[in-house]
Design a protein around this ligand. Structure first.
Ligand code: MF3
Ligand code: CO
Length: 250
């Protein structure tokens, strides 16, 4: 069942969204060669809590950390650990926080230093741009499939592929609410988009094929062909006037 949120709910979701956005920016700036991915988790945890919020990933189905750190061919749900980042790594950071009983969820990818090559730089840029292509069409009168289609078309027109096995989602009191928001599909299909709908749109884009596997840790999703993968996500709120991005610092 898809739940519509009130204007009051939106204000609370904005608060959660802003915290997620701020902490993600702190993390992005913290990314340095030789630091461990666990260092990023410590920063994420303390930056979320110092803003009066609580990490939502920690304990979610047993997930052990406050942030997901997925490096290179890791797609999503990478568990922070003792691995050290190095120059040219592609690091995807995914973060969720709850405050006033509403959740914010967002992700971004960043290189440690510079991109290793132009194709990798393009992967990151196309993934980010595909998110905005999806957000752009998230307006009343449209259908859920319009978002999916916009993301997929944009990504595939650049020769990359969208992951099928993981999707975006509705969001509110829970991190994962209905509806699912696939990054592939057809325009005009799916539920009608209405004011009050809050969605987390999150393209996961592979340089090679879209197939993925889960590692033995039960969490880390990797590309089957070992190609690079990037991930961007925003929590958005659909209003009469169109989409409002809650996880962005203006
Ligand atoms: N943004 C991700 C999602 O929507 C984060 C979930 S990670 C988990 O699924 F650890 F919390 F599962
Ligand atoms: Co999400």
């Amino acid at each position: 069942m898809v739940e519509l949120k009130s204007a009051r709910d939106k204000e609370k979701m904005k608060k959660a969204g802003l915290i997620v956005a701020e902490v993600l920016q702190v993390l992005k700036k913290s990314v340095k060669p030789r630091m461990t991915t666990k260092d990023l988790d410590h920063i994420a945890d303390s930056e979320i809590r110092s803003r009066g919020a609580v990490p939502v990933f920690k304990g979610y189905h047993g997930y052990p950390a406050s942030v997901c750190v997925s490096v290179n061919h890791e797609v999503v749900h990478g568990i922070p650990g003792t691995r050290r980042l190095k120059e040219y790594d592609l690091v995807s950071l995914d973060l969720g926080a709850v405050i006033d009983s509403f959740v914010g969820d967002a992700a971004l990818s960043v290189f440690v230093g510079e991109a290793p090559d132009e194709a990798a730089a393009s992967l990151l840029k196309v993934t980010e741009d595909s998110l905005y292509r999806g957000i752009e069409v998230a307006r009343p009168g449209g259908h859920l499939g319009d978002i999916s289609y916009a993301v997929q078309q944009y990504v595939e027109s650049h020769g990359f592929s969208v992951v099928r096995d993981y999707v975006g989602h509705g969001i509110g009191h829970e991190m994962h609410e209905d509806p699912q928001v696939p990054n592939y599909g057809f325009p005009g299909r799916g539920i009608l988009l209405r004011p009050g709908l809050a969605l987390a749109i999150e393209p996961m884009v592979n340089q090679g094929d879209y197939e993925v596997d889960v590692l033995d840790d039960g969490w880390t999703v990797v590309t089957r062909d070992g190609s690079l993968s990037a991930h961007f996500e925003h929590t958005i709120f659909i209003t009469e006037a169109g989409p409002e991005i809650l996880t962005r610092i203006d």
